[in-house]
Every structure is written in C-alpha cells, then in structure tokens.
Design a protein around this ligand. Structure first.
Ligand code: PGA
Length: 260
C-alpha cells in the first residue's frame, strides 16, 4: 500500500488524475472503476481539463461504477447515474455504451447483480478502481462486516452513511435504505486501486484501514492485502496516522521512474 499525504484535497485530486491519465494514455482501452461522492469531484474536473486541453482520449475506455441507490432512476438528481454524467461523462468523449452503473430500478436484483459481474468479467476486469472511504470505513457501499469475498449485491445502508450522504439529497427528500454495490471481492480483483480520503471526518477510518488490523468491521482494511493500492489524502485526513512522517519520506524519495 502506498500512502500519499498531500497538502490539500485539490492537490491529491490532481495527482490521482495524473495516475488515471497515465493509465489511459498507455492503455487506451483501459477499464476504469469509478466512484461518486465528494472525494472524486476535483479529480474528475482535472480529467475533463486534460481531455479538453491535452487530448486525453476516453473513446475506447470502459467504465464501471461502484454502486447505485435502489429506487432511484437515472433522471433522479441524487442518482449516481446522474452524478457521473453531471460531473464527468458529459464533458469527455466516453462512449455511452461503454459506461456501466448498477440499475437502481432493477426488478430482478440478483439477476442485475450477476449481469454486472459478468459485464466486468467480459470487459477483461477492472484495470484501475477509484474508491472513496466512508467515515465508517466502507468502500463502495460495503458497510462494516461486509464479507471480504462479497460480490455485487444488495446492501442496506447504515444510519451513519445515510446521514453522511444527506447533503446530496434535496431537503426533506427520502434517502434510500438500499443500494446495489460491487462487493469487496469484486473490488479486490481490480489490478490497481486509488482510494481517496479527505477531511478530518475520514481520519479515524483511514488510520484504522491503513494501520489497524484487517477486520470486517473496517472494510477498507482489506486493501492491506491488495497488491497495488495508492491511498491519497489531505493533511486533515492524515492526522491520526502513526507513521505519517515515514509516508511523507517515501513519497519525497520516490525514484523518478515511479513518478507520474
Ligand atoms: P465522500 O464519500 O466521497 O462523499 O466523502 C465516500 C464514501 O462514502 O465512500
């Protein structure tokens, strides 16, 4: 696991965007696993800038999002479908038929989840998975005690996650109880992972995930077993790490060939 502490969330977003751009330039048919929420917004803005100003080409890229709220259709303002088109897809040249999100209106949920897993497999697997982290340590919507070998399936959100995500909903609007999310087993098969965590509210979850024991109670801690994970955070999110000085030292002394 590579732990990278940047002065601000915007700095970390720029760095993560450069990592994704390097992959897309070296493998134009890359399969990207994408995330929603506040954490990836500045990263998406930078990818849009690179597309507009530096010819970063998404025409052959395939995307799979982590999750979607059950009961929200694509037109719902708080759906993750809408989030992705609002914050990224409409500004880049990704082909709509290569964009995948779980269907929030699926009538046969197990079949929808099995189809999603099959689509990821048929695309050749995910080259790079982007993740946020919940204040409870979740990745995707895999809440604490999710199985480490879980696949795409329905999950029930914790009250804390629903409260954390309330700002994305209108006043008085009901926040769904249920979601479809890639499983932890699905996420762990991605060849590379970038996890973003910003702000003091993520400090405990990041410290537990990076330096604590691997435990179902902290779903992100399974990434300690992933062969190529980069965790990017700002100073506020890094304040509970015991080895922050070491991570800074490692990043400052990265060999030139490893830099993006
Ligand atoms: P956030 O959410 O990016 O909005 O902080 C991350 C998550 O809950 O996974």
């Amino acid at each position: 696991m590579e732990v990278i502490i940047q002065p601000t969330a915007a700095d970390a977003g720029l760095l993560a965007a450069r990592m994704i751009a390097a992959l897309v330039r070296s493998k134009p048919t890359a399969v990207l696993g994408l995330a929603t929420g506040g954490s990836p917004v500045s990263l998406y803005r930078e990818l849009i800038r690179m597309h507009l100003e530096e010819d970063l080409d998404f025409s052959q890229v395939t995307t799979f999002n982590l999750d979607e709220y059950l009961g929200l259709g694509p037109a719902h303002p708080a759906s993750y479908f809408n989030f992705m088109w609002t914050h990224l897809f409409r500004y880049i040249n990704v082909r709509p038929e290569r964009v995948h999100l779980p269907d929030g209106l699926a009538s046969d949920i197990p079949a929808c989840c099995a189809d999603y897993e099959a689509a990821i497999r048929n695309a050749g697997g995910i080259d790079l998975q982007l993740l946020g982290i919940g204040s409870d340590g979740h990745i995707g919507f895999n809440e604490p005690v999710s199985s480490f070998s879980s696949r795409t399936r329905i999950k029930t959100l914790t009250p804390r996650t629903r409260a954390d995500n309330a700002p994305f909903f209108g006043p008085g609007e009901e926040i769904p109880q249920h979601v479809i999310t890639m499983g932890i087993g699905t996420i762990m098969e991605a060849r590379e992972v970038i996890l973003l965590g910003f702000g003091a509210s993520k400090a405990d979850a990041l410290a537990a995930a990076i330096e604590g024991p691997v435990a179902q109670l902290v779903p992100a801690s399974i990434l300690q077993f992933h062969p190529k994970t980069h965790v990017l955070m700002d100073e506020a999110a890094a304040q509970k790490l015991q080895r922050a000085e070491y991570y800074r030292h490692v990043f400052a002394n990265k060999p030139p060939w490893q830099r993006v």
